[in-house]
Design a protein around this ligand. Structure first.
Ligand SMILES: [Zn+2]
Length: 207
């Protein structure tokens, strides 16, 4: 699972909003509702100005709502129960106070590289579960290749083994596309892609 250790990178749990919540709030969903899949479902995060800025998981979104950092704009029909109250499971939340989001707010991590590459091996073009992907240094580290957005790509084990310590050209492999840093533009594209799955997101993403 921890293929990221190969490149010395560690996955960061949240993207871009790491500074919003400091101390974690204990959330205790009651037994019947604590379906792990629901708690992991994606939630669109809007800035106070309704500008989409991030995608997070239900669990984290609920913490933001319960702490009063954000409020739910759209919700699912399901409910979760904290110690004192029940809350509808949010689908879209909005930050109460405006946050300045730097253009380049994504940390270089295994998780973000897989996200950028959409869990697709950049050599054979096939999509894989995250557990079946590793990170490949396009220019091998043994030859001075750096751990950077431009030199790291998602790669399946088969392509990774085949490539070994060679450049793509030497191994007869071709990159699907030139690896780029994760920009706000990339985030927007991903949010729109995910937005197609949730009707409630549409009006915030397709404006
Ligand atoms: Zn591959």
């Amino acid at each position: 699972m921890e293929n990221g250790t190969k490149s010395g990178l560690r996955p960061r749990p949240n993207l871009g909003l790491g500074r919003v919540v400091g101390d974690p709030v204990q959330l205790k969903p009651s037994a019947p509702q604590s379906r792990p899949s629901l708690m992991q479902a994606p939630v669109l995060v809007l800035n106070a100005t309704f500008e989409p800025i991030n995608v997070t998981a239900v669990r984290r979104a609920l913490v933001l709502v319960l702490k009063g950092v954000a409020q739910a704009e759209e919700s699912h029909h399901a409910e979760v129960h904290s110690t004192s109250k029940s809350v509808l499971v949010p689908s879209v939340i909005r930050l109460v106070a405006y946050r300045h989001i730097p253009q380049q707010s994504r940390a270089l991590s295994r998780k973000n590289i897989l996200l950028r590459d959409r869990n697709t091996c950049q050599f054979c073009g096939q999509a894989f579960p995250a557990s079946e992907l590793t990170l490949d240094h396009v220019m091998p580290r043994s030859r001075g290749g750096r751990s950077s957005w431009e030199n790291l790509v998602a790669c399946c084990y088969s392509c990774n083994n085949h490539k070994g310590d060679r450049t793509p050209e030497e191994a007869g492999l071709k990159l699907q596309r030139r690896p780029r840093p994760f920009t706000l533009h990339t985030s927007r594209q991903l949010m729109r892609l995910m937005g197609h799955r949730d009707e409630k997101w549409r009006k915030y993403l397709f404006y």
